[in-house]
Structure formats: C-alpha cells, structure tokens
Design a protein around this ligand. Structure first.
Ligand code: GRF
Length: 203
C-alpha cells in the first residue's frame, strides 16, 4: 500500500473526492495516510478527522523562512514514509528543497487550462479575460507557480451567464473526477515523463 499525504489550505473538496475514490476503489493500492494544512481552521483538517485520518497543522509562524518550514514538513512526511504528496488547494509555493526531496512525487491541481491563468485566481482571471473554454489541469510540481509537466487536462465551456462561483463549481466537478484518475495513473506507474511532456501508458 502506498501512502498519500494531502496538503490543503481550505475547504478540501478535492481531498474529499480523493478519500471517496480510495473508498470506492477508483484509487487502488494506496491510502490517504495524512492531511497537512497551513491553516488551523481549514475545513480539510476537519474532513480528515471525520475519517480518522491523521491531520496536522503546520503554522508558518513557527518557522523563520519558507525553507525551514519545508524542511520540517519534509522530515514529517518522510518519518511517515509518504510516497506521494498531493496538493489540493495548498496556498504555499514549495521551495526547491521540498521539490527535490519528492521529485516527480508531488501532484497539483489547478482550475484552468495551464499555462493559461496560473496563480491563485485562475478562475476569475479566465472569466475576466473572456475565454470561451477553460477547465482544469493536473500536473507535477516543480519550483515554479503552476509550471510543472502536465499530466491530465479537461476542458469545459464558459457560459454567458457564468459568475466566478458558478464557473468554479463546474470546474470543481471536473477536478473531483480528474484528480483521482491522475493519482491512480501515478500509483500504477503509468506516467512517463520526458522533459516537459508526460505520456500515459494506456496498456
Ligand atoms: C481547487 O479549485 C484547486 O484547483 C485549486 O484550489 C481549489 C481547492 O478547492 N488548486 P478545494 O479546497 O479542494 O475545495
């Protein structure tokens, strides 16, 4: 059994989708072994507790720098023999130290079709730009902001009457399906990385 750690700062609906996918067997060969948040009141922590998943709060205030924070977090993850780190609305940029320690073992989901609209307001930025099609992206994490090699993407159409909320809601529904799928591909060793390109072994 591989061990997944989910890092989340907020509501944790993607965390919930991942937990449910483990329960239903959509994700197989792994458990959600740990949930970590940088926000004490993140509902993601509550979701973890409800399912008896160890939940940890890592406060930025306790560390002098981003690197120190990441060193402590890496130690914590390694002590628990975490195989895969899944970012689900985690609002901190990982340092090169963290990325190196878990190279090709950190996934992120972003609510736009990258490389368009990276950053913390991807849905709003896409809507305000006036795109007709947007979606979500699962990618490996590197040192940049939403810049790592893309694993899966799925698109949806923007409606004339969409608000940021209505659009994000439909994107969330896509995310909840796509993220477990990508995690499963990783667990089965079906993602081959060549430079920036990821190829999915369909066999
Ligand atoms: C998602 O839209 C994800 O793409 C982005 O942050 C949001 C997290 O939502 N990275 P939730 O906390 O999983 O509900």
């Amino acid at each position: 059994m591989k061990k997944i750690a989910v890092l989340a700062s907020g509501n944790g609906s993607n965390l919930q989708a991942i937990i449910d996918a483990v329960d239903s067997g959509v994700i197989c060969g792994a458990t959600v072994a740990l949930v970590v948040s940088d926000r004490k009141k993140a509902y993601a922590l509550e979701r973890a507790r409800q399912r008896n998943i160890p939940a940890a709060y890592f406060s930025a205030k306790r560390y002098a720098s981003r690197e120190e924070y990441d060193r402590a977090l890496v130690t914590y993850l390694e002590e628990r023999q975490i195989d895969l780190v899944v970012l689900a609305g985690f609002m901190r940029l990982l340092t090169p130290y963290f990325v190196l320690c878990f190279q090709h073992r950190i996934l992120n989901i972003h609510p736009s079709l990258l490389p368009a609209f990276p950053g913390t307001s991807g849905v709003k930025d896409a809507l305000e730009y006036g795109v007709k099609v947007t979606g979500c992206t699962v990618h490996f994490v590197d040192e940049g902001m939403d810049t790592g090699p893309i694993i899966l993407q799925e698109a949806l159409e923007v409606r004339d009457d969409d608000t940021v909320e209505s659009l994000h809601q439909r994107i969330h529904a896509l995310e909840h399906r796509l993220y477990p799928q990508a995690i499963n591909l990783w667990l089965k060793g079906k993602i081959k990385i060549q430079g920036r390109r990821c190829f999915i072994d369909e066999s």
